[in-house]
Design a binder for this molecule. Structure first.
Ligand code: ADP
Length: 160
């Protein structure tokens, strides 16, 4: 028997590190819902494209679904019958933040958090760094899935 777990994030844009965590969470738990956060107060570089890019980047992974997510994480999980969240853990700063979030979410609704260590290949990779490199015209194609590489190419081709 499997139960679906949630992998939440902003995915602005999805990176190879995210895909690795999603795949490994799927291997451990069987089914994963990827929750793409939509926060009206945030200025996303990839805007509404983020959800489509996540969908295309995980479409080959059986057992993985993608949904838009807003509001409180615990409310989203309750509405979907999800009791466990899986997050990737890179370095100390992730741990400090995730520990706070995990305790708050557990306190709010009993939601459990499982932290998966980032794999050695992706441990220093972040969407923030990808965006910084992109904004100066750098090539991030080794760090993001094919659909994101294509979206970046289209954007450059269309010009500013
Ligand atoms: P970021 O922290 O890169 O801006 P998100 O907010 O989308 O990205 O992160 C969502 C989740 O993905 C978090 O749990 C974060 O720790 C995890 N994550 C992000 N990048 C990586 C990576 N390179 N390896 C493993 N987990 C990652």
């Amino acid at each position: 028997m499997t139960s679906q777990v949630l992998c939440p994030g902003s995915f602005d844009p999805i990176t190879n590190g995210h895909v690795d965590i999603i795949r490994r969470a799927r291997d451990v738990f069987g089914e994963v819902l990827v929750g793409v956060g939509v926060n009206q107060q945030k200025n996303y570089l990839f805007g509404e494209q983020r959800i489509e890019l996540v969908r295309r980047s995980v479409e080959d992974l059986d057992g993985v679904e993608v949904a838009e997510m807003d509001g409180l994480l615990v409310d989203f999980c309750r509405s979907r019958g999800i009791s466990t969240v899986v997050k990737g853990l890179r370095f100390g700063a992730d741990f400090d933040f995730e520990l706070q979030m995990a305790h708050m979410n557990h306190g709010l609704s009993g939601l459990e958090t499982i932290l998966l260590p980032a794999s050695a290949d992706h441990v220093t990779l972040s969407s923030t760094l990808v965006r910084s490199v992109l904004q100066f015209g750098g090539d991030v194609s080794n760090y993001v899935p094919g659909p994101v590489v294509d979206a970046i190419a289209d954007r450059l081709w269309q010009g500013p």
